[in-house]
Structure formats: structure tokens, C-alpha cells
Design a protein around this ligand. Structure first.
Ligand code: GDP
Ligand code: MG
Length: 178
């Protein structure tokens, strides 16, 4: 018998890091320089044929407008099973904000067993690396381990680099933990 799973995934991080672009790339295979800031909360759906028994309906929850506060309401977090935490490699301040987002996530939602939700760290805009924080990247292995991320990826929504891989990593972790 086929089983259907609905997975609510949060995409969080500072304004302009590429959250909406990553979702559009993953779900609709498009990229644009000009997404209007979404107002409120928006989500996109992608269906994955996971294995013979399982179809996954992946809900990717975007945010907008609220990023400036560095935290979200509990309603937004409710029933989420994983998160992508995004920063922009060309802006150091967005990397500094990563821990604030992770802390907000962990303070508002956990598994029934009390463990934090699986979260993957995305160093986005890697197509623009020459402007950015590349000297920091080797440190991301230990950074992500120390702060409880299940993995990290350099991504580009523009060039479609590692978006699928990052989301697969997250989904595999979610499926393995329940
Ligand atoms: P959000 O506020 O986090 O949702 O960020 P957006 O998705 O709206 O992206 C902000 C800006 O960064 C837009 O102009 C995007 O076109 C651009 N952008 C997003 N991802 C990338 C990327 O991977 N590479 C480059 N070069 N630009 C990107
Ligand atoms: Mg957006």
C-alpha cells in the first residue's frame, strides 16, 4: 500500500539571502533577479516519489517581511519537521544571523522526543564567491557540527548548485528520525 507523508519544511534566514529564490528554483526550476518580497507566509509544494511505498508531499514555507525581527511566531513553526537556514556568502552579517535563527528555531519547536528538528545550513550565492566569505567556508564543517546542523552546502539558486542535494540531505534526515 502506498503511504503519503506531508513534510513541512521551514526556510529561514535574513532578508535577501535567497530564500524565495531557492524555493522557486527547487519547485519551479526558475530564477529571477526580481522577486517581490512576499508578504506574510507563503508555501510551495513539491511531490517526491520517495520509494515504492512512500510519496512525500514537501511543503516549503517561505517567510517575508518578518525577517528583520530575526524570529517568527510559533504559528509559523507549528508542525514543522525540518528547516533550511540560509545565509548569503557575500554578506557577513547574514552569516552572523545564522545562530540567531537556529536558536529561534530550537526554542520554539522540537520533536516529541525533545531533540531539535533537523536543520541544514545553506551558504547561498556561491556563484558570487569571489566577493564573499570564502575564507570562512572551511570552518563550516565544525561550525555546523558544533551548532547542531545535520549538514551544510554551498548553494546557488542562480546556477542551480546543490539545491537538490541540500534538500535531499534534510529529507533523508527527517525520514530517518521518525
Ligand atoms: P529572500 O529575501 O531571502 O527571499 O531573498 P530573494 O530570494 O528575494 O533573493 C534576494 C536577491 O538575491 C534577489 O535579487 C535574487 O535574485 C538574488 N539571489 C538569490 N539567490 C541567489 C544566488 O544563488 N546567486 C545570486 N547571484 N543571486 C541570488
Ligand atoms: Mg523572500
Amino acid at each position: 500500500m502506498q503511504q503519503e507523508r506531508l513534510l513541512k519544511i521551514l526556510v529561514i534566514g535574513d532578508l535577501g539571502v535567497g530564500k524565495t529564490s531557492i524555493i522557486k528554483r527547487y519547485v519551479h526550476q526558475v530564477f529571477s533577479q526580481h522577486y517581490r518580497a512576499t508578504i506574510g507566509v507563503d508555501f510551495a509544494l513539491k511531490v517526491l516519489n520517495w520509494d515504492h511505498q512512500t510519496v512525500i508531499r514537501l511543503q516549503l514555507w517561505d517567510i517575508a517581511g518578518q525577517e528583520r525581527y530575526g524570529n517568527m511566531t510559533r504559528v509559523y513553526y507549528r508542525e514543522a519537521v525540518g528547516a533550511l537556514v540560509v545565509f548569503d556568502q557575500t554578506r557577513a552579517s547574514t552569516f552572523q544571523a545564522v545562530l540567531k535563527w537556529k536558536k529561534d528555531l530550537d526554542s520554539k519547536i522540537a520533536h516529541g522526543n525533545g531533540r531539535p528538528l533537523p536543520a541544514v545550513l545553506l551558504a547561498n550565492k556561491c556563484d558570487q564567491q569571489k566577493y564573499g566569505l570564502c575564507s570562512q567556508l572551511p570552518k563550516l564543517d565544525s561550525f555546523s557540527r558544533d551548532h547542531g546542523f545535520v549538514g551544510w552546502y554551498e548553494t546557488s539558486a542562480k546556477d542551480n548548485t546543490n539545491i537538490d542535494a541540500a534538500i535531499m540531505c534534510l529529507v533523508e534526515n527527517i525520514m530517518a528520525t521518525d
